[in-house]
Design a protein around this ligand. Structure first.
Ligand code: CAA
Length: 378
């Protein structure tokens, strides 16, 4: 899709940052399982940790399309860096911006936008994944504060985070109705990281299990209305899913670029691979699916910019882009043959990184549930 002059400039800027600052580190980030703090500092300096935060709160004041472009460009070189930025902005910054009080915005947005604190989102639990409403973490009203107890699972940025959006029940129910949302400072006593997951891909991105043991949360840190926390979670995930779709798109584009170049240079049977029609057809399908993913992401981002409904469109974008990333990266390895299967080539990393996009922030099955529910209302 054609971008106007301003958006083209933003893409060029993100592309340049990603190629100069992220690309040289990507293999090591995967190997060492860590994003260097110097890179996180550069993300902050460039405004990428407060992309859509208004300038009055120390952010870059950009829009949601700019944000999608940024996550795509970062993920084209390194999906771990892409998701650090996506989970931070979509899942922690955005709910504070959208549901927070003036005091909460003033306290937390500058910390997050400047990179002083990384953000995370604590919804899932060992027994509450897709069925998020069944979570059991409890926040008890202690008069002058809340006391939170429970265990949270699969928390992206969980190791680094200084600020967390935590979902806990404030009424004992067996469904989503008693859930409230809180902003929690992770330096509070009782916030314990009990496990960092070993994963198939996105190895530079931390995924933590966190136990909350009598964590004291100030009364003023309730985010949104009491017992309306599930709406906060669902609305946040609508936006988060655009970010993960953009991450998936970046992964697919990165794998495609590599495999496409490889087929131009690799000579077999006396000619470059891309002279074979069987190869050309795969390249054509890859290119088509990638372009279609980008259109769905831009559509959802535009709707979000215009404050229109975008639950359906973000689910469309995430479902299609995640499945595209998996398909494209599988084909990219196939086109690169034995070389593609080795760690010397980046396509095996893209393949490992792609899988998570079909799982986190709502599995592909959950996206289908959301799409079907929205379509049934039309
Ligand atoms: N925006 C705002 N509110 C919404 C909403 C939306 N898009 N969708 C639903 N709601 C509200 C409804 O209005 C309703 O609230 P009220 O009763 O107050 O009106 C409430 O939520 C329940 O709605 P539904 O009955 O439609 O929801 P449900 O119980 O059928 O469940 C679901 C819906 C789609 C299955 C949901 O549970 C879901 O999305 N599950 C997946 C959870 C998920 O994505 N988890 C990933 C966690 S984040 C992560 O991956 C970790 C990380 O760090 C990256």
């Amino acid at each position: 899709m054609l971008l106007d002059e301003e958006k083209t400039e933003i893409r060029d800027l993100c592309k340049k940052f990603s190629d100069n600052e992220v690309h040289p580190l990507a293999m090591d980030i995967d190997k060492n399982g860590e994003i260097p703090s110097a890179l996180v500092g550069k993300l902050a300096e460039n405004g990428f940790l407060g992309v859509f935060v208004p300038e009055e709160f120390g952010g870059a004041g950009m829009d949601y399309l700019d944000y999608s472009i940024l996550v795509e460009e970062l993920s084209r070189n390194c999906a771990s860096t892409g998701v650090l930025v996506s989970a931070h902005n979509s899942l922690c910054v955005w709910p504070i911006l959208n549901f927070g009080t003036e005091e909460q915005k003033k306290e937390f947005l500058p910390r997050l936008a400047s990179g002083q604190d990384i953000g995370c989102f604590c919804l899932s639990e060992p027994n509450a994944g897709s069925d998020a409403g069944s979570l059991t973490t409890f926040a008890e009203d202690k008069g002058d504060h809340w006391e939170i107890n429970g265990v949270k699972n699969w928390i992206t940025n969980g190791k680094e985070a200084g600020v967390a959006i935590v979902f806990a029940k404030t009424q004992k129910t067996d469904n989503y109705k008693g859930i409230s949302a809180f902003i929690v400072d992770t330096k509070t006593e009782g916030w314990n990281i009990i496990k960092i997951e070993e994963k198939l891909g996105i190895k530079g991105s931390s995924t933590a299990q966190i136990a909350l043991d009598k964590v004291k949360v100030p009364k003023g840190n309730l985010l949104g209305q009491p017992e309306k926390g599930f709406r906060v979670a669902m609305a946040t995930l609508d936006g988060g899913r655009i970010g993960i779709a953009a991450q998936a798109l970046g992964i697919a584009q990165g794998a495609f670029d590599y495999a496409n170049n490889y087929t131009k240079e690799r000579v077999q049977f006396g000619a470059p691979l891309n002279k074979l029609q069987g190869v050309q057809f795969i390249i054509a399908d890859m290119s088509t699916k990638i372009s279609a993913s980008r259109l769905l992401i831009y559509d959802a981002s535009h709707r979000k910019n215009k404050e229109m409904q975008y639950s359906l469109e973000s689910a469309h974008a995430k479902l299609f882009s995640a499945e595209t990333a998996m398909w494209v990266t599988t084909k990219a390895i196939q086109l690169c043959g034995g070389n593609g299967y080795t760690k010397e080539y980046p396509v095996e990393r893209f393949f490992r990184d792609a899988k998570i996009t079909e799982i986190y922030e709502g599995t592909s099955e959950i996206q289908r549930v959301v799409i079907a529910a929205n379509v049934a209302k039309q």
